[in-house]
Design a protein around this ligand. Sequence first.
Ligand code: NAD
Length: 456
Amino acid sequence: MDMLHELLNRHKQYFFTGETKSYEFRKKQLETLREVIKEYEPEVLVALKEDLHKSEWEAYTTEIGFLLEEIKFTLKHLKEWMSPEKVKSPITHLGSKSMIHQEPYGVTLIIAPWNYPFQLQLVPLVGAIAAGNCAVLKPSELTPAVSAVISKMIREVFPDEYVSVVQGGVETSTELLKQPFDHIFFTGSVPVGKIVMEAAAKQLIPVTLELGGKSPAIVDQDANLKLAAKRILWGKFTNAGQTCVAPDYLYVHSDVKLELLQHMSEALLEFYGEDPLLSDKYSHIVSDKHFERLKSFLTNGDVLIGGQHKESERVISPTIIDNISWDDPVMQEEIFGPILPVLEFTDLNQVVDEVRRRPKPLALYFFSESEEKQDMITSSLSFGGGCMNDTLMHIVTPHLPFGGVGSSGTGSYHGKSSFEAFSHRKSIVKQTTNFDFSFRYPSAKNGLKMIKRIMG
Ligand code: NAD
């Protein structure tokens, strides 16, 4: 589409003016973004309710408040992150200075999914602005109310050549991916991540891929079972399981399975009451297609808790299913909904083997009082990030990078990592002209002898 090409050209021309690069400019834009988010908060809450039935509590904690915290942290550290890093120079570089400059990529494309449609579009934007880039935002077509608010809000405060919003589905994304962006930040599923990476590879565009996968929660014999039950269910059923880092399935030691499930049943009652389908603290499923896909999993194994659903509202109660094997459809793909399959083990090494045989998870949660076992899990399994004795908490701190590894993603963000995700580290040697070593030149007498003395 020529229109998108023209849009990108406008962004590039604007970027080349250099306006986006000064500290004052970046700071002002982040402050502007913070103000407009506060101004639009009521509209964002309504839109999140409309698209996902998100409660105000969930919408604020996991989307708006989370985003405002990211802006606050970025504003506090921006100057320090931006300043060129001085590094040592070796003896071969005597008289020179060596620096690493954080250079904005230029114009970045930020593609967002629908599950946290507000913050997953705008938290990366905070990094893009902080690093001095221009950005094109592509929100999800599955959350039209939130996408419309994002578009209106961004238009109100940022000129189109600085930050623009392009709405649309697969076709629009496909066209965007043909454009010569300077960087692509994609959050979404593994299959689409592959499409994005392939399109980027054709033009050698650097990418950050924030993907998904099946993240296990593992509960060992010696865990604090009551806390484990609450924390796993909180992580699983926040946003009705439509969270990239939600525990996808539960692996529990057979000796403590019954006790854990008893605690889980109590915790669910406490969280969502007798009828979660009616709870206004509980999110609904984003689309009919996803609802149907999830409903089909309810016939896998035996439903222990939950299983109720209401099609007209696209809601499925928090569900725990037992008697599951790796061959069941529910274990063949990322669930991304309020269904928790339970597998059991007797030997932790067996769990390590099973997890190792599968794509590297985005998150992993291990519950045990033994530091030794915690260290064993951390060192023997590869995954994006995770928690010991908790779920999700590793992503809600700006001090830890958040991202996957291998099929769960490439690169990371949040806090300083966001700034780094949108920056190129450019190395510069500032050489002295006061003297010149002759031994570096092919004509030097005894040059090789000198070089051998210094090098090696
Ligand atoms: P998705 O991959 O279907 O869509 C994500 C974005 O890509 C949307 O904007 C969509 O319009 C676009 N898109 C869809 N098909 C495309 C195509 N063929 N070509 C180009 N663009 C295309 O993902 P989703 O269903 O919106 O989100 C759910 C997935 O995202 C889950 O797998 C989840 O784990 C993952 N996710 C990851 C993170 C993370 O931070 N790692 C966060 C949230 C969600």
